[in-house]
Design a binder for this molecule. Structure first.
Ligand code: GTP
Ligand code: MG
Length: 317
């Protein structure tokens, strides 16, 4: 274990991959890795890329990361619930582009399959970001399909949220509008080689003009990801947002809030674990649980009773 951690500290990508897997599976070694790396995280710029399925998020991520990698930056990519390039099932051209990207020694790609699993996605994404950050990644890009609560939670882990859309987006904007529109910092109209791109940019700009920002004007960037057009402008917008966050002290504030959330989440986890152990070991508690299940005991009083018992016993099971 110690050897793996020192190899991680020595920036061995194999050790990073191994520890990411441990963290994803919630093993004791994964927990140890999180404790070990906690003091060192908070430096990486976390960029969330979201938008409807097939908008070109992976292609765009690939282009952006290639540019950063060639500029010498350490880059991490996290794909949450991927359906294309990174996981397979994609067109050959996309696969080759991604393969090309993973040949850069300073790029690390991690896919996080979540389909079918209940909850915990945001938690494991936060852990994966932490590890990549502590490893020394300058930028960590997180790609999700922007449709549900999970994506929303994951985007909450990002410093800069990029919302990718395609021309003729009237309807898709409407469906995405609830929530995601509000948390986006940069808007992209990708597939600008298709008709209607300029109209879409105008529509978006009109919509954003009604919004009063405190110091940040939401840029709308037109891109053709497949040809690499507009990527420089997008990279520039992302860099401007980073500078803005630092200037306004929002960078530190976000990290404080995230650290607080992680404390609360870890407390929840430990407490729940404690309660489950107690119920397993203690017949009275088990009887109480069964009564709650049957409906003959109300869960609110039962929870209060259990809580008080745990406090009285000083946290011993
Ligand atoms: N014409 C055109 N096609 C594009 C552009 N960008 C991406 N595509 C194509 O659109 C398809 C989807 O691209 P992806 O990058 O996989 O899109 P995605 O948003 O990551 O898709 P999911 O992860 O499945 O939601 C691919 O066939 C791309 O080659 C573009 O700018 N113009
Ligand atoms: Mg994708």
């Amino acid at each position: 274990m110690q050897e793996l951690l020192s190899r991680f500290d020595g920036r061995d990508p194999v050790a990073l991959g191994r520890l990411l897997k441990e963290v994803e599976n919630g093993t004791p070694l994964g927990q140890e890795a999180l404790r070990h790396t906690a003091p060192r995280h908070g430096c990486a710029h976390v960029v969330g890329i979201t938008g409807p399925p097939g908008a070109g998020k992976s292609t765009l991520t690939g282009r952006l990361c290639k540019q950063w990698a060639e500029a010498g930056l350490e880059v991490g990519i996290v794909c949450v619930d991927p359906t294309s390039p990174f996981s397979g099932g994609a067109l050959l051209g996309d696969r080759i582009r991604m393969l090309e990207l993973s040949s850069y020694p300073n790029v690390f790609i991690k896919s996080l399959a979540t389909r079918g699993s209940l909850g915990g996605t945001a938690a494991s994404t936060a852990d994966i970001i932490q590890l990549m950050d502590a490893y020394g990644k300058d930028v960590v890009v997180v790609e999700t399909v922007g449709v549900g609560q999970v994506e929303f939670d994951v985007m909450d882990l990002s410093d800069t949220v990029v919302l990718v859309n395609v021309p003729g987006l009237g309807d898709s904007i409407q469906t995405l509008k609830a929530g995601i529109m509000e948390i986006a910092d940069i808007f992209v109209i990708n597939q600008a080689d298709r008709p209607g791109a300029d109209d879409s940019v105008r529509d978006l700009q009109r919509m954003l003009a009604d919004r009063q920002g405190a110091g940040w004007l939401w840029p709308v960037v037109k891109t053709v990801a497949t040809r690499g057009e507009g990527i420089h402008r997008l990279a520039e917008a992302i860099e401007n947002h980073r500078a803005y966050l630092k200037r306004e002290q929002l960078w530190d504030e976000k990290r404080r809030r995230r650290n607080r959330q992680r404390l609360m989440r870890e407390m929840d986890r430990l407490f729940r674990q404690h309660v489950l152990t107690r119920i397993q070991m203690n017949e009275t508690d088990r009887g109480l649980l069964e009564a709650v299940e049957r409906g003959s005991q109300d869960p609110f009083s039962a929870a209060r009773y259990l809580f008080q018992e745990i406090v009285n016993q000083g946290g011993q099971p």
